[in-house]
Structure formats: structure tokens, C-alpha cells
Design a protein around this ligand. Structure first.
Ligand SMILES: Cc1cc2nc3c(=O)[nH]c(=O)nc-3n(C[C@H](O)[C@H](O)[C@H](O)COP(=O)(O)OP(=O)(O)OC[C@H]3O[C@@H](n4cnc5c(N)ncnc54)[C@H](O)[C@@H]3O)c2cc1C
Length: 469
């Protein structure tokens, strides 16, 4: 059982499921059930898999029961939180989905500035609770993404340059191991496991609850995109590179290339035009933020400027309409150390050939607090990256999807001389060698040792898998 071959497994005896029902409080969804079709669906519409059983857990006891059941019956296991895995790791053909999406409890301690978050919570739900106290936990940029999967891969987001990755704010985690045992992980308890959970994905067990450190933020921040026509990209990107060279940690930016979307904030004559935008967020006082972003807003001839003081919550949901569930998504990703002229030329060339109205490229500015955590302190790799590319070849359905995939691959291949690391949460099914590259040889070996300790039979293998073999 140590090698990943396919996302499939053998049939499951229905009597065994009836037996599980006696020790399981949540819903057990089978193919014959009315809600099965909805329950097996994940965010990426291009993923179409049919598990034999979906175990919708209500708490830790259900997770333990589901893990033990999977072991006893030698089932392929998929673990689902927010369901946003790009390659669809949270659903399988045959086997069992251990579905945590109903476990949504979030408790803020405003005095200690911490949050306890169950594994089914989504980013928007966490932001909603934290912002009620003027606090924030660094996470990602689309509200319907799951806290769990995002955290376990690292968690990059719009305030990370000031406050670090999501994992840099993880204080402890409750975990159900592959043996079905409950353990805690923190700097002082099972520290080896805690290291692996911070970037090693779902390889080492099922996290049932996270404890995070929070920071004062908002409610208003200066944030949002400034847009230029794609023809201006050569000048805009060069200006951008120089402008961010010595910017404060409070400023985080993402360059986006796409066709302007049909949204109320976009003038009708711009919709469908290829644009390059710089999305900002200043994690500090509004007056300071306005000063810092002023040069960007004044550069060249922007066709739309939406970078203004706004609620942090409004910024956090800004990207939601661009990534609805059900469209067909494909991603290629890489880190680059710097935005040199060659990289800019590749961006300009490929930006001009964007065809799908829903394809997007995001170039994330890294650095700041992320780069000041020691490389060995967590399993996450890529702390020294200058930028992270997320090249999304998207289509609303199967129509045109293959072309978008090809386009994304060609953009990514053109960048190959400049690839450094890669963020595991932005990977598709790319094979063991690519996973080794993602972590680097040394970290990969350390992760392997940990995997042998916590999951030697590779029960948790639908992920960016650390093969214990
Ligand atoms: C629209 C969109 C926006 C995104 N934006 C960002 C972003 O801003 N920043 C960023 O860093 N990433 C981002 N990502 C990538 C995201 O971090 C990953 O896709 C992540 O896996 C999503 O987590 P999930 O819980 O929603 O997914 P799921 O599909 O539910 O889980 C993904 C995998 O994580 C593991 N897993 C999930 N929950 C648990 C658990 N409780 N215990 C153990 N293993 C578990 C499993 O292996 C599972 O297969 C984005 C993805 C999408 C689709």
C-alpha cells in the first residue's frame, strides 16, 4: 500500500457501512442517496469522481471512527475540508471521503488574540469571526477556500508580508493519526509532527482543530486593484518591480493578468479587454497606506483604479466572483527569485495571448515576514522566493478547457529557466519527482522520515504525497 497508483479502490460491503453507522453521529452518504451527487462534488468542475461512501463528520469522534473504519476495510481515503484542492485530492473513485466540511466551530479569544478553528471552516467564516474583534489571521484571498487545506500547505495571502504565512501563526493542532489515535501537536508537544503539519499537507494525519495567533487589523485598509491595458504591461511591470523593491512589509501586492471581468465595478467598455492590474493591500493605518500606494496609482494611464480605503472583509471577498465552484480549473505554478527583464518579457508575451474570459495569472509578491522565518523551522519551502506564479488556465465548462490547459503549460514552460521552488498548494498531479523538487531534497527526506513514523502504510496518500516507501 505504499505507492500511489490510482484514485480508485475495491467495492465496500454495505453491511460494513451499517456497522459504522452505530459509532458515527454525522451523515453517511452512499451513491443511492439523494444528496450523493451534491455531496461528491468539489470546487473544480473538471473533477468527477464517485466515492463509495462520504462520511460527513460532526466532530473528533466521527473522524476517529471513519479513520479506523477505513483501515479495517483497507479503503482508499480522501480527506475533504473546503474541497478546493486544484487536482481534486478531496474526492476519490471508490473508497471513502472523510468529509470535515460540517465541522465549522470557530472561537475567538480577544484578550489572548487567538482563534480555535475546526477543520471545516472556510476563510470567509474565519475572517467574519476575527474581524468582529478587529483581528485577523493571515490566510488566502478567496473566501470559500478551506482553512484546513490552505494552512497545511503553508497559506499565502494578502497580509503575509506583514504577519507571515498562515502556518507562521499556527500555535497548535489537534490531529487524528493514521492509527485513529488523537494527538496534539505544537512546539512543545509532538514537535516533529508540528513541523511537518506546517507545509507538509495532509500527509501525517487529519487535523480536526487549529489554534491560530491573531493580529490587529482594520476594519478599513487601503486595498484593491489598479488596472492598465495589457499593451502597457512592459512599462507597468518594470515600474512595479522598482516600486516594490524597498516597500514596507505592510504592503503586499499581486499582479493579475486577465481579460477584464464583467463585474459592476468594471466599465462596460473595458469588459473583455486584456488588462494587467496590481492588487494592493496595506496592512496598516489607512493614511499611511494612501501615501504608499500613491506612486502606483499615478503611474502611466490606468484605465481603472479600485485601490481605495475599504473594509478588509470587502477586499477578502473581491476575488470570489472570479473563482466560482463548478468551472473547470487547471493550474501551473512556480516560484521565481526575481522579476528580471526576461521574466517580464514572458509575462508580456503570454498576457497578450490570453483567450478565455475566465483565465487568470496571479504573480504574488513574497518576502517580508515570510522570508524572516528560518527555512528549517517549518516544512514549507520557498521562503526566499521573490515571487510566486499561479497560472490558471480556466474555462466555464469542458468547452475550451484543453486549449486553456495547453496555454497555461506553455506559459509555465517558457518560465522554466527561472523556476526555483514551487508552492505545494498550487500543484496539480505532477508526480513524485516534482514533489521532491517542491520541498528540496533535504526537507523531502525529513518529511519521509516523519511519514514513516506517523503514516507508514500511506493511508493518507491523496495529497502531494510523501511516499514512505
Ligand atoms: C479559488 C482558490 C483560491 C485559492 N487561494 C489561495 C490563497 O490565497 N492562498 C493559498 O495559500 N492557497 C490558495 N489556494 C490553494 C489552496 O490552499 C489549496 O487548494 C487547499 O488545498 C485548499 O484547501 P481546502 O480545505 O479548501 O481543500 P480540500 O480539497 O478540502 O483539501 C485539500 C487537501 O488538503 C488535505 N486536507 C484538507 N483538510 C485536511 C485536514 N483537516 N487534515 C488533514 N489534511 C487535510 C487533504 O490532503 C486534502 O485532499 C486557493 C485555491 C483555490 C481553489
Amino acid at each position: 500500500m505504499s505507492k500511489v497508483t490510482a484514485l480508485t479502490a475495491g467495492p465496500l460491503d454495505p453491511r460494513a457501512i451499517d456497522e459504522l453507522a452505530t459509532s458515527f453521529r454525522g451523515e453517511l452518504v452512499r451513491p443511492r442517496d439523494a444528496i450523493y451527487e451534491e455531496a461528491r462534488r468539489v470546487w473544480n468542475g473538471s473533477i468527477d469522481r464517485r466515492p463509495e461512501l462520504i462520511a460527513r463528520c460532526t466532530g473528533v469522534a466521527d473522524v476517529i471512527a471513519a479513520v479506523r473504519f477505513a483501515r479495517t476495510h483497507d479503503l482508499l481515503v480522501a480527506v475533504r475540508a473546503g474541497g478546493h484542492s486544484f487536482p481534486g485530492h478531496s474526492v476519490c473513485d471508490g473508497g471513502i471521503v472523510i468529509d470535515l466540511s460540517e465541522m465549522k466551530g470557530i472561537r475567538i479569544d480577544p484578550a489572548a488574540r487567538t482563534a480555535r478553528v475546526q477543520a471545516g471552516a472556510l476563510l470567509g467564516e474565519l475572517d467574519h469571526e476575527t474581524q468582529a474583534f478587529g483581528l485577523a489571521c493571515p490566510s488566502g484571498i478567496v473566501t470559500h477556500t478551506g482553512v484546513a487545506g490552505l494552512t497545511l500547505g503553508g497559506g499565502i495571502g494578502i497580509i503575509m508580508r506583514k504577519y507571515g504565512l498562515t502556518i507562521d501563526n499556527l500555535l497548535s493542532a489537534d490531529v487524528v493519526t493514521a492509527e485513529g489515535e488523537f494527538v496534539k501537536a505544537s512546539e512543545s508537544e509532538n514537535a516533529d509532527l508540528f513541523w511537518g503539519l506546517r507545509g507538509g499537507g495532509g500527509n501525517f494525519g487529519i487535523v480536526t482543530e487549529f489554534e491560530f495567533r491573531l493580529h490587529r487589523l482594520g476594519p478599513h485598509v487601503v486595498a484593491g486593484p489598479v488596472f492598465w491595458r495589457m499593451e502597457d504591461a512592459p512599462q507597468v511591470l518594470r515600474f512595479y518591480r522598482d516600486w516594490i523593491a524597498d516597500c514596507p512589509d505592510e504592503l503586499m501586492t499581486i499582479v493579475v493578468q486577465r481579460k477584464a471581468p464583467a463585474l459592476p465595478s468594471v466599465p462596460p467598455d473595458l469588459v473583455g479587454e486584456r488588462v494587467v492590474s496590481v492588487v494592493c493591500c496595506y496592512a496598516g493605518p489607512v493614511e499611511d497606506g494612501e501615501k504608499v500606494v500613491a506612486p502606483l496609482k499615478q503611474f502611466g494611464s490606468p484605465v481603472l483604479d479600485l485601490c481605495v480605503p475599504k473594509l478588509f472583509l470587502a477586499q477578502q471577498s473581491m476575488f470570489d466572483p472570479s473563482f466560482p465552484p463548478g468551472w473547470w480549473y487547471y493550474v501551473r505554478s512556480c516560484d521565481v527569485s526575481q522579476l528580471n527583464d526576461h521574466v517580464i518579457d514572458i509575462m508580456v508575451e503570454h498576457g497578450q495571448s490570453i483567450s478565455s474570459p475566465v483565465t487568470t495569472i496571479a504573480l504574488w509578491q513574497m518576502g517580508g515576514a515570510v522570508s524572516r522565518v528560518g527555512d528549517d523551522e517549518t516544512a514549507f519551502n520557498g521562503r526566499t522566493a521573490g515571487h510566486t506564479f499561479n497560472i490558471n488556465g480556466n474555462a466555464k465548462s469542458a468547452v475550451g478547457f484543453e486549449e486553456e490547459r495547453e496555454w497555461a503549460r506553455s506559459y509555465w514552460s517558457a518560465l522554466s529557466p527561472y523556476h526555483s521552488s514551487v508552492y505545494v498548494n498550487f500543484m496539480m498531479e505532477e508526480g513524485e519527482e516534482r514533489i521532491r523538487q517542491a520541498y528540496g531534497a533535504e526537507k523531502y527526506e525529513r518529511l519521509k522520515t516523519l511519514k514513516r513514523k506517523y503514516d507508514p502504510e500511506n493511508l493518507f496518500r491523496l495529497n502531494q504525497n510523501i511516499n514512505p516507501g
